[in-house]
Design a protein around this ligand. Structure first.
Ligand code: MSP
Length: 635
């Protein structure tokens, strides 16, 4: 019998800049769901990829002095590296610059044009380039983009339009008949009340003011609107409108599109209407998750509060980063990232609760059972309650994951981990070990602990891809014993394995050290454009000796110096009075630009400029590190 299918996707990531930890959130969640479904026996297709067209990419590529294709190629490589570092195990990675995608999107555009759902007209309205979104006057908030709050541009151009209006009643009926289609419920209400019930305007689906996009096949001066291009990926990735559409026939309709809340509108209005126009079934669900906030603010490059996920994984390992993202934020709601919360989660849940449970269990099996997992012999009063918790954990994890609530699934696993730690305190194995008479109870306790750890290792696999194998290795079990999800029930551990005391699963972090490690280091300013050596050669740099120095009256920042250059003496005015007292400079040698055109500064003649550099701690003039003849040339 063939396996049931499960098709899920993340949005396509923009390739206009590097990704931050908030971006990684969507993908890590989707990966945990995909891994879970695979373990549950589904034939999973997990799609992710990159959204590479549009004006923003074109502009950023120009600013970087690169050809757009080369620019996106580099970013795509870094995005793939990030997913590898975070153990994101996708099945398909689609790029909107992939030839097969470009062709399928053109086929889709053609079809819609031919059937009259796309028509030519003129667009007049507001456009937000960062969001690649069109807005009406009424939708603007204080004249700015209602999504991101940035400036919008007035656009007037000949464009193609997509008849959203024609399908709005059908869409509304679908949403009403399928309450699970838009989740969570709050997002459904927002879409219905704020957009659909107010009536949809036809959507402008082509642009002529830039060319980094998929050309309209029959009118090449137009490129296809990026959202139409990008949304189509969910079917083009499966081969829709191509020669081989086997995967499309197998996996479509999608089980769930996981998207951030700000793009729910595109996925629950434009996308389903596009599918209706193509006469295709709609995805079963669009889940709009909340944002990962940084100290209660949205993470964004312009606010300078982005956290680099690569640096996080480097420092803490992917399982710790994944654990935080999956556990801290209730899926659907906004959640916060702070270094304090991160360190606390890592220390309390991972190092203490889980890490200590393993190290205590292994240490006791070594000490009391010569390192060999014993068989259960005689139950104590506490066993029943531990086993009862262990027995329901799998079902709790399943219920949470089937409802897309990974944070609750982890909570269920940790209830068991904590129960097992408490069980050690209740049964006090070190006291049971004192008498031969209580040895049967002792070995039973140790068996149960090892068995719970095995069970936890099975259930942790979707969330923390690395830790389960480490648990197995310390318990002396081959990883195959955790391969079967259904083995996550109590009592399945075979006695006899030889435990092995390894490294702690998770190191304890010191908050002060972690805070210091992430403190913003002053960044050096960007480099000026490259120049030829000839140009540099035209600048005459000389070492001079300061003969006299005095303040310039009524000018706080200026000092007037007399310097010796060979046997010549020259006046120089320098803006360094806030950093040097005149007497500190007399006798010092400094470097000047000697062939600058003389200038009058505050009425005082200046024949050259002193070289100085500054950082957060102030300014320093450049001086040679041994006395040189005044007038020596610097090069
Ligand atoms: N390219 C579009 C999607 C096209 S899908 C056909 C896009 N790209 S994005 O790179 O801006 O965002 C990708 C995903 O990252 C979105 O789901 C977005 O919500 C998510 N996140 C970006 N910043 C985020 C946080 N700070 N927190 C949580 N998710 C965030 O939108």
């Amino acid at each position: 019998m063939s396996k049931p299918t499960y098709y899920l996707s993340t949005p396509l990531y923009y390739t206009s800049g590097k990704l931050h930890i908030g971006h990684a959130y969507t993908t890590v969640i989707a990966d945990a769901i995909a891994r879970y479904k695979r373990l549950r026996g589904y034939d999973v297709c997990f799609l992710t990829g990159t959204d590479e067209h549009g004006l923003k990419v074109q502009k950023n590529a120009e600013a970087a002095g690169k050809d757009p294709q080369a620019f996106v190629d580099e970013l795509v490589a870094s995005i793939k590296d990030l997913w590898r570092l975070l153990d994101v195990d996708y099945d398909i990675f689609i790029r909107t610059t992939d030839e097969h995608h470009v062709q399928s999107v053109q086929t889709i555009f053609n079809k819609l044009y031919e059937q009259g759902d796309i028509y030519k007209s003129e667009y007049k309205g507001w456009y937000c380039t960062p969001c690649e979104a069109f807005w009406t006057e009424l939708q603007l908030k204080d004249g700015k983009c209602p999504d991101c709050g940035r400036e919008v541009e007035w656009v007037t151009e000949e464009s193609y339009f997509f008849r959203l209006s024609k399908y709005q009643d059908r869409l509304l009926a679908h949403i009403e008949a399928h309450p699970e289609f838009i989740q969570p419920v709050s997002r459904r209400n927002e879409m219905v009340n704020n957009f659909l019930k107010r009536g949809l305007e036809d959507l402008c689906v082509s642009r002529t003011t830039f060319n980094w996009g998929i050309p309209v096949p029959f009118d090449q001066k137009h490129v296809i609107y990026v959202w139409l291009d990008a949304l189509s990926n969910y079917i083009t990735a499966l081969g829709y409108a191509s020669e081989d559409d086997t995967a499309f026939r197998r996996y479509w309709p999608a089980d769930v599109h996981i998207v951030g809340k700000e793009i729910v509108r595109f996925h629950t209005i434009i996308w389903p209407i596009l599918l209706m126009a193509l006469d295709l079934p709609l995805p079963k669900q669009v889940f709009g998750h909340g944002w990962l906030l940084f100290d209660d603010d949205k993470m964004s490059k312009s606010k300078g509060n982005v956290i680099d996920p690569v640096a996080m994984v480097d420092r803490y390992g992917s399982d710790t980063v994944r654990y935080y993202l999956l556990r801290e934020i209730a899926f659907g709601a906004d959640g916060n990232y702070t270094q304090e919360l991160f360190v606390t989660r890592s220390n309390v849940d991972l190092a203490n609760d889980l890490g200590n449970l393993l190290s205590r269990t292994v240490a006791m099996i070594e000490k009391y059972c010569a390192g060999q997992i014993p068989a259960s012999e005689r139950a104590t009063d506490f066993d029943e309650s531990l086993v009862a918790v262990a027995a329901v954990t799998k079902a709790r994890v399943e219920e949470a994951m089937d409802g897309l609530r990974p944070h609750e699934a982890l909570e269920a696993i940790w209830d068991l981990v904590k129960r097992a730690n408490k069980y050690i305190d209740e049964t006090t194995p070190w006291i049971l070990a004192r008498q031969e008479a209580t040895r049967p109870e002792l070995v039973t306790v140790l068996y149960h602990l090892a068995d719970v750890l095995r069970l936890v290792a099975v259930l942790l696999q979707p969330f923390l891809p690395r830790t389960p194998a480490k648990i197995c290795s310390q318990l002396g079990l081959p990883v195959e014993v955790i391969a079967d999800w259904d083995s996550a029930t109590p009592g399945q551990l075979q006695a006899g394995a030889r435990v092995y005391k390894g490294e702690p699963l998770f190191p304890r972090l010191d908050l002060a050290t972690e805070l210091a490690a992430w403190e913003k280091k002053p960044l050096s300013p960007p480099l000026a454009p490259e120049i030829d050596i000839d140009l540099f050669g035209q600048i005459d740099l000389r070492v001079v000796t300061v003969l006299e120095a005095e303040r310039v009256p009524k000018a706080d920042r200026l000092l007037k110096l007399k310097v010796a250059l060979g046997d010549e003496e020259r006046p120089i005015v320098a803006g360094i009075a806030q950093h040097y007292r005149p007497e500190e400079l007399v006798g010092k040698q400094v470097v000047i630009v000697a062939n600058l055109k003389p200038a009058k500064i505050r009425g005082v003649e200046s024949q050259g400029m002193i070289l100085a550099a500054s950082d957060d701690n102030g300014l320093a003039v450049l001086t040679p590190d041994r006395p040189l003849a005044a007038g020596s040339k610097a090069r």
